[in-house]
Design a protein around this ligand. Structure first.
Ligand code: SAH
Ligand code: SF4
Ligand code: F3S
Length: 441
């Protein structure tokens, strides 16, 4: 047995790639270890969404480089979005790296392992825009243990929002074959997973690139819903103007599909949205959210926002604050704008917002998110809800189970039995900013 350690940064897409890479490595007798000091092979799966994420990747592997210099017999791999973008440049910055593996080429990992074991140094970052469907089918997936299995349904993105690096690191949008997705879901259910989350930068585009068949997200949900057993289905991320009525209606009709939409708005100002190349304005976003709220009782709608986009005025920023209130967004991820190489907005240097102002806006945005989160959670106090239990632990002498409601609220419940993986009905007894408190009924 050999030991591999993978440090995974970034979004669920990267986490999913890590599970696939671990699956491939298991064919070479590698088992995963949680302590890097025990590993023969050390890999980092990087994210480049913000400059900070990129910088973190290099600082994280510094220690590994030191170990190698001191004579430790290890191999080091640099993977993911930064790898895809920087390719050979990585070797200049971190000469101790044995291989660089971009997001387009993860299925060449088996070949790479053979080459590095023969003493070669390898860089595999060609942009192929391939799907894996015709590649390496025999390789399994080593999923992170838990109740929720993440399954990518599309790769890449065609939207080219002016701030975003993803179309450059993940390539053009392409859909995975339904048969493969359904098989992965069935395998996950057979292995005991209780929730399937379909993953894509824009899930509503699923199937648009199929030339010879008319098969879209609503159909995929129907086919997954028909699988045996009790489990839940979620899908993220939704692009506001791509959510169709058919999708909303199908999601309502299917018992396993949960009442949860992640619909990033990015800014509350129509002018800023235009500069971001988002294809909707404030009013259009409002209409979509209002429609979903009307059609889906108890729906949770979450969003992402960027503070301090180039040229954003104080008034425009305040429109983001009022959007969170007005659309009653239950939770939002918040980020300060970070210029990314190659993207359009990064060139607008004369419009950059000074760091101190950007930081303050970021703080104010966070405060607003917190305020609304608490408001949203309070709506559920006194209600009976079903949770899917995700963990069991002891906190200050008390045994607790933690789970999620169908509408994606986290609930902590005192309970002496480990009910992980079970569906449990609870009564909501209290609301905090980030979670609900509940009692068994
Ligand atoms: N496909 C999703 C977003 C994926 S990236 C969508 O269209 O909404 C995740 C989030 O990172 C984005 O929603 C955005 O809020 C944030 N983000 C992307 N690029 C950024 C940048 N350059 N600076 C700060 N935040 C950024
Ligand atoms: Fe990035 Fe925009 Fe694509 Fe989302 S839709 S991944 S923000 S380019
Ligand atoms: Fe995800 Fe970061 Fe890449 S958010 S797609 S890992 S740039």
């Amino acid at each position: 047995m050999k030991h591999v350690y993978i440090d995974t940064m970034g979004c669920q897409m990267n986490k999913s790639d890590t599970e696939r890479m671990l699956g491939m490595l298991s064919h070479f007798d590698y088992v995963e270890v949680k302590n890097p000091e025990e590993a023969d092979l050390l890999m980092i799966n990087t994210c480049s969404i913000r400059q900070l994420s990129e910088d973190k990747a290099f600082s994280a592997i510094g220690t590994w480089g030191k170990w190698k210099k001191e004579g430790k017999d290890i191999k080091i791999g640099f993977c993911g979005c930064v790898a895809q973008q920087k390719a050979e440049e990585i070797f200049k910055r971190a000469p101790y790296v044995d291989f660089v593996l971009g997001t387009h080429k993860i299925y060449s990992l088996p070949e790479i392992i053979k080459k590095i074991n023969a003493g070669e140094r390898v860089c595999e970052c060609t942009e192929t825009n391939a799907t894996e469907d015709n590649l390496a089918k025999e390789y399994n997936i080593e999923r992170v243990k838990g109740v929720n299995a993440w399954i990518p349904i599309t790769e890449g993105c065609n939207n080219f929002c002016t701030y975003c690096i993803v179309p450059y690191t993940r390539g053009r949008e392409r859909s995975r074959m339904p048969e493969i997705i359904i098989k992965e879901a069935q395998d996950a259910l057979n292995a005991g997973f209780k929730e399937i989350t379909l993953l894509g930068q824009n899930v509503d585009s699923y199937g648009k690139d199929f030339k010879d068949r008319n098969y879209r997200l609503a159909q995929l949900l129907r086919d997954l819903n028909a699988l045996e057993g009790k489990f839940r289905i979620r899908f993220v991320t939704s692009y506001p103007t791509d959510i169709t009525d058919e999708l909303i209606e199908t999601a309502i009709e299917l018992d396993k599909v949960c009442e949860y939409y992640h619909i990033p708005m990015q800014s509350g100002s129509s002018e800023v949205l235009k500069a971001m190349n988002r294809r909707y304005d404030r009013e259009t976003y409002a209409k979509i959210v209002q429609k979903i709220r009307k059609m889906v009782p108890d729906v949770t709608i979450t969003s992402d926002f960027i503070a301090g986009f180039p040229g954003e005025t104080e008034e425009q920023f305040e429109e983001t604050l009022t959007a969170i209130d007005e659309f009653e967004l239950d939770y939002s991820n918040v980020a300060a704008y970070s210029p990314r190489e190659k993207t359009v907005a990064a060139k607008w240097v004369d419009k950059y917002i000074p760091e101190d102002i950007k930081d303050k806006r970021f703080q104010r945005l966070n405060d607003k998110v917190k305020e609304n989160c608490l408001k949203s959670n309070k709506k559920y106090v006194g209600r009976e809800m079903e949770i899917l239990v995700e963990s069991f632990y002891n906190h200050k002498g008390k045994n607790i189970i933690t789970g999620k409601t169908r509408n994606n609220k986290t609930v902590h419940v005192p309970c002496d039995k480990d009910l992980t993986g079970e569906f449990v009905n609870v009564k909501i007894s209290g609301a905090k900013t980030w979670y609900l408190q509940g009692e068994l009924i």
